[in-house]
Design a protein. Structure first.
Length: 196
């Protein structure tokens, strides 16, 4: 849902139910948004360094999620290899309600990696890309990203953005993505919100 300061996104994860993304952050806006938000599981993301965001937060809010980066890439991102799974893994790709998801499982059915992408009028947004630590360094992150960007390009997107961790940034840069700005997250401390 768009707002004057950015967007509110339904994330749907335990502890991360909703996310406010500020495309243009200043102290007054951050203070207003964080003072008006007291429900647990709400996050805020802003394109400012951690020390700046921390000084703007209303009482009861704290930095969360670690250092991040807003990254972008033109689509389609050049593919160096095929989209086949590494040996011992199988994947599924599906689209529902405008969101394309990729899920990779090990041969025993255990979760290995995942991600999702949504195409908007402005391009595509890649989100929730993760690889289980037991399955890292096997090319699964690349597989998920290639499938997501291919799906977005097939749906007409010509550019994509994502929020990356430092480890994710290292991978994405090798795949043609570039860092645009710091991306810092914060959430309200449930112990101070009056909610369980």
């Amino acid at each position: 849902m768009p707002n004057a300061w950015g967007f509110t996104i339904d994330v749907g994860l335990a502890g991360h139910v909703m996310r406010h993304v500020l495309h243009s952050a200043d102290e007054a806006t951050v203070r207003k948004v964080t003072e008006q938000t007291d429900a647990p599981g709400i996050w805020l993301k802003a394109l400012v360094p951690p020390e700046t965001l921390e000084s703007w937060l209303a009482p009861g809010w704290h930095l969360a999620g670690g250092l991040g980066y807003l990254m972008s890439a033109p689509l389609p991102v050049p593919r160096a290899r095929a989209l086949d799974e590494p040996a011992g893994y199988r994947s599924a790709t599906w689209t529902r309600a405008g969101v394309t998801r990729v899920l990779v499982r090990a041969s025993d059915g255990a979760f290995a990696a995942r991600g999702q992408v949504a195409v908007t009028a402005l391009g595509a947004v890649v989100d929730q890309v993760e690889t289980d630590p037991a399955h890292q360094r096997r090319g699964l992150g690349r597989l998920v990203m290639r499938r997501l960007t291919a799906a977005a390009a097939e749906q007409g997107a010509t550019a994509a953005v994502l929020g990356a961790t430092p480890d994710g940034r290292a991978l994405y840069e090798t795949m043609g993505w570039r860092s645009l700005a710091p991306l810092t997250g914060a959430t309200r401390d449930p112990d101070r919100s009056g909610h369980p």
